[in-house]
Design a binder for this molecule. Structure first.
Ligand SMILES: Nc1ncnc2c1ncn2[C@@H]1O[C@H](COP(=O)(O)OP(=O)(O)OP(=O)(O)O)[C@@H](O)[C@H]1O
Ligand SMILES: [Mg+2]
Length: 239
């Protein structure tokens, strides 16, 4: 699967948490295909299953039933080792609250992930941080960085291993408009050459304007699937 964008195919994917009175059907029979290289935004209100969807596609959580194929690989069918390899090599994650390691500097946070894929991890970490315009913050700890800078470190960390799949959970949720636009531009640029399939979840409908395609989630169900004819550059979005 490496080095080319995979298709992501869901067939009746279901995720149920708990049982009996506490049972929650977070995903109900979700079926869709994200084409190789597509930039897809998934919109839905709080609790509609967006994070669950990313966690299942990223093999952080197992589905309860249904099929999931990424680049033709049957993800739920992977054994423990296969899942770990898939998470490490195929998928880049960006979270709303950055999830940086607080005791490591910006460079060390990125380098840690660069080491997974080998080569000169230090040089690659610096290169990735340069690509998000943070060359002058290499030795800063997360607490010494602004929210937007921390999110850019998180983007560098996700992209340094050059993952064919990028999963991004409310990447601009904690950022102001201008910083949010910059982060979205970076994400868009990262997949422009079509070598990466991106699924970005948000409850901010303005962000949908930059997507190739918009999936709407309600109560764990995909209720609409819209193709965007003329996506707007991230820098022109407004909210
Ligand atoms: N580990 C869990 N155990 C039990 N229920 C869970 C768990 N994780 C999520 N849920 C439930 O599943 C549903 C979907 O949650 P999810 O986190 O996917 O929503 P979301 O769309 O990401 O919401 P938000 O916009 O608030 O982040 C919610 O009803 C939630 O309470
Ligand atoms: Mg969520």
């Amino acid at each position: 699967m490496n080095a080319s964008a995979p298709t992501i195919q869901l067939d009746g994917l279901t995720k149920t948490y708990g049982s009996g009175e506490t049972e929650v059907q977070a995903l109900k029979q979700a079926s869709f295909t994200i084409d190789a290289g597509q930039f897809v935004v998934m919109l839905g209100p709080s609790g509609s299953g967006k994070t669950t969807m990313l966690n299942v596609i990223g093999a952080i959580e197992e589905p309860t039933s249904g099929g999931l194929h990424v680049g033709g690989v049957d993800v739920p069918g992977l054994d423990q080792k296969g899942r770990t390899e898939y998470r490490r090599r195929e998928v880049g994650f960006i979270f709303q609250f950055y999830n940086l390691v607080p005791t490591l500097t910006a460079k060390e946070n990125v380098q840690l992930i660069a080491e997974i894929t080998g080569g000169d991890a230090g040089a690659r970490a610096e290169e990735a941080l340069a690509s998000v315009a943070l060359s002058d913050r290499l030795d800063h700890f997360p607490a010494q960085l602004s929210g937007g800078e921390q999110q850019r470190v998180a983007i560098a960390r996700a992209l340094v291993k050059d993952p064919p799949v990028l999963l991004s959970d409310e990447p601009t949720g904690a950022l102001d408009l201008e910083t949010g636009r910059q982060v979205l531009e970076l994400l868009h640029r990262s997949c422009r050459d079509g070598r990466r399939s991106v699924l970005l979840v948000t409850h901010n409908s303005a962000i949908a304007g930059m997507a190739d395609r918009v999936l709407h989630l309600r109560d764990g169900e995909v209720v609409a699937d819209d193709v965007v004819e003329q996506p707007v550059p991230a820098g022109e979005l407004d909210w």
